[in-house]
Design a protein around this ligand. Structure first.
Ligand code: AMP
Length: 461
């Protein structure tokens, strides 16, 4: 697939958007379309199917939400009859968090129209969502499982859907949503427009596009499977048994303000979070076993800066709008190389620089090889000395730590110091309050620096 990079970004008005939408964009602080918006909006407005390569943080939500709203505008009405507000656009996302964020954006862009939107997702009582659905809504954002639950309960009909958006399609496949997607797609009218967004392009994604899209226009603003040039990537070679001590040391010495730490399993995420808390580090875990309220609470605390280390599994972290993180740590590197791209895509966004550190033990080397193949670059490797090997403070693996120390570590971790860039010392600003779970949510009016967004993308060759 060829890379498309725009250098002359048009304005939103030259893209042919309606005044109601332009007004909402101005109020959201958007002045210039991001590359994915400049590329995708005209194609989608013209009615064509789109397959777009774009990660969270590139402005992809507006890239599909704006044309979607514009196309539904002629059908907007103020009738109180639910029949006048059938679901006309369906946006499917892999995770609840992403669904919530997407719907907040839709609401913000639609604020001067009479189009209604709603988000439905699992993990909360389905009965709380039904009354909102029954009032009638034009734009429905949903996770696949909960959507099917509503269909089964006959609280929802999809026979008037004219636009389908598959957001983060690669993740939907990774999460095993293919059977659900097939069931949902079979319920939609054949005549419809389809827009598919994916951060990576695997063969499965291409197959999905073949199955569900009609002659899609391919749009890509950042190289697929590429990692961001703003991110400094490092590998710390470390024994599995030393990882916990290394993490604690790193978090304390780097005085890290906001770090996402990725683990492979929910169990490790929980255990690690407890260990960090015992060490006086404000940490919390976010994974599939946590209920929605717990996840929202952890996320809000992290965004507000009261939790400095968020320990996450891939699935839980997917889709979070935590797009300007200074640091990501892979406590365990993922066995699927695409997950590495997703994980480190959490940092170095919006033109800011970021650091992605991966702890790699001997038996993880094989995954590292695959990752380097995918991103087409070698990652700098360092051996790190532990001030206090884990065995000294805790029980396990005394011998292995001694061996490790005798292996002449090449480097000590940096001493605690202020970041060169003051941005690193600021806590992340929350984009929204995520306390109410459905329709009543506040509109997301966070202003992302578009010049930086653009710069981040345009800088790559
Ligand atoms: P997304 O990739 O859709 O999750 O968007 C990432 C962030 O960029 C969100 O906080 C959006 O509100 C913001 N954003 C999207 N498009 C623009 C734009 N054209 N100008 C400024 N901010 C934008």
């Amino acid at each position: 697939m060829t890379e498309i990079v725009t250098t002359d970004s048009p304005s939103f008005s030259t893209l042919g958007l309606a005044p109601e939408l332009l007004r909402a964009l101005t109020e959201s602080g958007y002045t210039t379309p991001t590359p994915i918006q400049a590329q995708a909006i005209p194609v989608a407005l013209a009615g064509g199917d789109v397959m777009a390569g774009a990660q969270t943080g590139t402005g992809k939500t507006a890239a599909f939400a704006l044309p979607l709203l514009q196309k539904l505008l002629p059908l907007a009405n103020s009738s109180t009859s639910p029949a006048k507000h059938p679901v006309r656009a369906l946006i499917l996302t892999p995770t609840r968090e992403l669904a919530i964020q997407v719907e907040e954006s839709v609401k913000a862009y639609a604020k001067h129209t009479q189009l209604r939107s709603l988000v439905v997702y699992g993990g909360v009582d389905i009965k709380t969502q039904t009354p909102h659905l029954k009032t009638g809504i034009e734009v429905l954002v949903a996770t696949p499982g909960r959507l099917l639950d509503h269909i089964e309960q006959k609280t929802l009909q999809l026979n008037q859907v004219q636009m389908l958006i598959l957001d983060e399609a690669d993740r939907m496949l990774d999460m095993g949503f293919m059977p659900d997607l097939k069931r949902i797609l079979a319920l939609l009218p054949k005549q419809r427009q389809n827009l598919m967004f994916s951060a990576t392009f695997s063969n499965e994604i291409k197959k999905l596009a073949d199955d569900f899209l009609t002659k899609p226009q391919l749009i890509e603003v950042a190289r697929s499977n590429a990692t961001n040039d703003n991110v400094t990537q490092k590998v710390y070679q470390v024994a599995q048994s030393d990882k916990e001590a290394l993490l604690i040391q790193l978090l304390k010495e780097a005085d890290a303000k906001q770090v996402i730490v990725f683990t492979k399993t929910k169990l490790t995420a929980s255990r690690l979070s407890r260990s960090l808390v015992r060490e006086g580090i404000a940490a919390d875990a976010i994974h599939g076993d946590k209920n929605q309220q717990e996840r929202i609470k952890a996320l809000d605390a992290f965004k507000a800066g009261t939790v400095t280390a968020l320990i996450a599994t891939d699935v839980a972290a997917r889709g979070l709008d935590i797009s300007e993180l200074p640091m990501v740590i892979n406590y365990e590197i993922p066995s699927a190389p695409e997950d590495y791209v997703h994980r480190i895509g959490r940092t170095g966004r919006a033109g800011a620089s970021g650091v992605a550190i991966s702890f790699v033990s001997d038996d993880e080397e094989k995954y590292l090889v695959e990752i380097e193949k995918l991103i087409k670059r070698q990652i700098t490797k360092e051996t790190v000395a532990l001030d206090k090997p884990k065995s000294a403070s805790r029980t396990r693996s005394h011998a292995s730590n001694q061996v490790k120390e005798q292996e002449a570590p090449t480097r000590r971790l940096p001493a605690k110091k202020k970041s060169a860039d003051p941005w690193f010392d600021k806590p992340y600003e929350p984009s929204t309050q995520q306390n109410n779970v459905i329709a009543t949510r506040q509109i997301n009016t966070k202003k992302a620096p578009v010049a930086a967004l653009l710069g981040g993308l345009l800088s790559r060759k």
